[in-house]
Design a protein around this ligand. Structure first.
Ligand code: FAD
Length: 473
């Protein structure tokens, strides 16, 4: 056991204060640890790249970083891979690449562990979230009859749907069996669209595209993407260098300078209206391996993010709402007609935001297909979902403006469009409102309570979602 005063997440907005901290080397050691702490609050952590309270813990914290073996199970040769819970996505992708395989979907970064990524429904654009592709989960929990820890394999039925995205509530995940596919390449180019309808029209041709609504310019920069059988472009390496220097480093450093260090709203607006869009080269078609194309170095600079999921039919109205709220928050003139659609209470709440926050980062819009899970954000309906994200690079001590605006947006988007916030990103909806967005939450709650009636694998926030008392530390 290692002593650890406080452990911070990536965003420095959540501090874990463990009573005990462990890094077990194998499954037997993990079972011994669980048996030493019966009835205490126990949470597993991955890379702590969540901004929500999902990994928070004041009891026993277990890091699974030593459990990272990968292998192809014989009975599903080449179609599925079994991977240790603490294996980072980048390590898994490298293992798969050596065998001519890759994952069906990845998020913008690959720092997360596989268990952490599936536990909050991590997603990319144009496909399901990673949770959807999970075929089996190996979990350690307590046997109710003996009180001893044991390991079970979950591979079918509603409990598998729960385990695919479980927020750590079903026990400690030891390994995940997930679908994989042959390596593939993606062709990508950038184009600017004046409005969302034009950007969405391109989706038929580019089903893996993602969009960036550029604040203060209010156009959409589209990263048009599709699978391609063409060979890797000759200039793919140059494209990667350009991307790293101009976007991963250059764009971020400029925005951080303007928003975090100078705190200049006018410079932020100038950069986003002209300089940053000008740095995006339109029409340069590049083909490269999917694992290189789909990611960026978003983990380089500390930030905070909130992201909501809405059904496709609400996307245009939702983006208009985002734009108008951000415009009021920055105290610049807003479009006519917006207020007429609001109640007095909404208008008053919006007015309270005036001048509190100037948004300083492109708003990413991604498409996620419906997941076969109980509570991942894209769960439960045969529908297409879109995600809208809000990212702030303000210092952790200067995030009040971002949080006020994100709270307002989260609440109004939930009220108007039943929008669901990402489980792994910053969120502030009250537990009852959050749970009511998921028709299958009662089944999820029953599944968790039947397997962990004492709630040892839940922290205070998760207990509030389950409507029960947090277990003692
Ligand atoms: C820079 C950055 C970029 C991101 N990009 C994306 C993106 O493109 N798409 C997206 O959807 N999300 C994205 N995220 C969010 C991130 O993918 C999720 O928050 C993910 O859950 C983090 O994984 P992790 O390994 O850090 O898990 P943690 O944050 O450590 O934990 C997440 C949850 O998983 C549980 N958990 C972890 N390991 C286990 C285990 N072994 N057993 C049981 N429960 C466990 C924890 O208790 C917690 O509830 C991004 C985050 C950052 C910081």
């Amino acid at each position: 056991m290692a002593q650890s005063p406080s452990i911070w997440n990536f965003g420095h907005n959540i501090a874990l204060k463990p009573s005990a901290y462990y890094e077990p080397r194998d499954e037997n050691e993990l079972l011994d640890i669980l048996n030493r702490h019966p009835g205490e609050q126990i949470r597993a952590i991955g890379s702590l790249h969540s901004w929500s309270a999902a990994p928070a813990c004041e009891g026993v914290v277990i890091c699974l970083k030593h459990l990272q073996q990968c292998h192809f199970p014989a009975e599903h040769a080449g179609e599925e891979v079994t991977v240790g819970a603490g294996c980072q996505i980048k390590t898994l992708l490298e293992y798969l690449r050596r065998h001519g395989k890759t994952l069906p979907s990845v998020g913008l970064i690959t720092e997360q562990t596989i268990a952490g990524a599936i536990s909050t429904g991590t997603h990319g654009s144009g496909r399901h979230s990673l949770s959807h592709y999970v075929e089996a989960v190996r979990v350690a929990r307590f046997d109710q009859a003996t009180g001893k820890a044991f390991i079970e394999q979950i591979d079918s039925g509603e409990v598998l749907q729960a385990a695919r995205c479980s927020l750590g509530c079903l026990g400690i995940i030891l390994a995940v069996r997930i679908r994989c596919r042959d390596l593939y390449r993606i062709e990508e180019h950038w184009r600017e669209h004046a409005d969302i309808d034009a950007a969405l029209a391109a989706e038929k041709e580019f089903p893996l595209q993602q969009l960036f609504l550029v604040p203060w310019r209010w156009t959409l920069l589209a990263q048009h993407r599709r699978e391609s059988s063409a060979p890797r472009s000759r200039l793919a390496g140059l494209y990667r260098v350009y991307w790293f220097l101009c976007i991963d480093l250059g764009m971020h450093l400029l925005l951080i300078l303007a928003a975090r260090w100078l705190q200049s709203a006018s410079l932020v607006r100038l950069l986003l209206r002209s300089l940053i869009p000008a740095a995006v080269i339109r029409g340069w078609k590049v083909t490269d391996e999917s694992s290189a194309m789909l990611v960026m170095k978003h983990e380089l600079f500390r930030h905070i993010e909130t992201e909501i999921f809405i059904e496709a039919r609400h996307l245009p109205a939702a983006l208009a709402h985002f734009r108008e709220v951000l415009t009021v928050a920055a105290d610049v003139p807003e479009s006519r007609g917006f207020r007429s659609a609001m109640t007095t209470a909404e208008t008053e709440a919006l007015e309270a935001l005036r001048g509190t926050y100037c948004h300083h980062y492109p708003i990413c819009v991604r498409r996620v297909l419906a997941d076969d899970t109980l509570i991942s954000m894209a769960a439960g309906k045969e529908t297409i979902w879109y995600t809208i994200s809000l990212i702030s690079y303000a210092r952790p001590t200067d995030r009040q403006g971002f949080q006020l605006v994100a709270t307002y947006l989260m609440k109004t988007m939930a009220d108007k469009f039943q929008a669901r916030p990402h489980w792994g990103k910053w969120l502030s909806l009250p537990p009852q409102s959050l749970v009511s967005l998921y028709p299958h939450f009662p089944t999820f709650r029953d599944t968790c309570q039947s397997r962990d009636p004492a709630g040892v694998f839940r922290n205070a926030w998760l207990s509030s979602l389950m409507d029960d008392q947090p277990c003692r530390r």
